[in-house]
Write a protein that binds this ligand. Sequence first.
Ligand code: TRH
Length: 395
Amino acid sequence: MHLKKNTPRSLALFCKVVDNYGDIGICWRFARQLQQEHGIAVSLWVDDLISFQRICPQVAIDLEQQVVAGVLVRHWRDQDGRFTVVEVPDIVIEFFACDIPPGLINAMAERTPRPVWLNLEGLTAEEWVEGCHTLSSPHPRLPLTKYFFFPGFTAKTGGLLMESCLQQERQQFQSDPVAMHAFLAQFGLTAAQMDSFKIALFCYPQAPVSALFEAWKTGKRPITCLVPQGVAVEAVQAFLGGEAKVGASATHGALSVHVLPFIPQTDYDKLLWACDLNFVRGEDSFVRAQWAAKPFIWHIYPQDENLHHKKLLAFLDRYALDAEHLHRLSCAWNALAVESLAAPEWTELWQKFLQDMPKMQAMAQDWQQQLASNGDMTSNLLHFVDTLNLGGAQK
Ligand code: TRH
């Protein structure tokens, strides 16, 4: 690929794993795209290699540094690291306001030209994001400026992470029944289960999974639910009547549940593409479900004082304005009471939701196209970096 004269060539991305897999999931996806599609030399600093290994089995948990898929992965152990000016890359990104080492900040201030310093924020559909996207924050002491970059759902935000070949790969996979069957067969699905209504389930432990299982059991339509190991463990064990280990499965009434291995991130998309409905959570699987162009239900990451409910509603206002039953099921799934839903009656909720599937399928396709028209986050971010460099902001 031909790189423009001003195209930056090196970048350090700092990731603190706060919880679960989303932090490293996003950073790993972003780092790979920067390297593979934009030819940038990326160092990914991450403080938790064990979580990283869960989504990327090639990662060795005992190495200080290693190259994985062309990205230099560095174990970020503490804040005491010393950095020389020549070690400072063209771009420094802290994910989700993690504090980068003070030694690096000092070296950044001494470098000419100064690196572009960005804080990559978490995703929310709330309107205020448009006003804060790309805002600058001068360092109180040093000649450095940090910029805030917000992913988002509109053209006035940074957009969402999307690899350039993603839609083509999805369409190819979905139009190839042999590939789809081979993918599902590895999890032990029978031919009948492959033809049933397939649901991938990924949620936080407090999700009302048992209530929904009851509704699925008693329905007319056979359902196959695919649950990665470690997800909804209590409800899955209660359903199986035994340990929720990889390969375990059971059928009660119309519902079959299969426990899958936790899939490497590069294959997780295929699971979403192969299912008719996806339950996702957090940030990264939530975004992938949108690119899958299939109906989905989001379990949002819980926050203090129910802040997450505001975020959920902000998203539903954009995504599900015309889909009443999707709205209601999403609220019930997230324990968010809406006026007409004091005590959720799951079977009724589910049946109404199911009747809306054709409409929701069309909606998911339209939404995916709308999001794609905002461009992909990585390209948008690099374009922003170019505008700063061209404007001489980093001298
Ligand atoms: O794991 P999550 O709940 O992650 C996060 C974190 O909790 C984080 O602190 C918080 O800020 C954020 O949510 C909102 O959910 P998420 O974001 O969907 O990340 C899961 C990652 O794991 C994603 O990259 C997909 C991947 N994954 C696999 O690779 N294989 C699997 O089998 C599954 C189920 C997921």
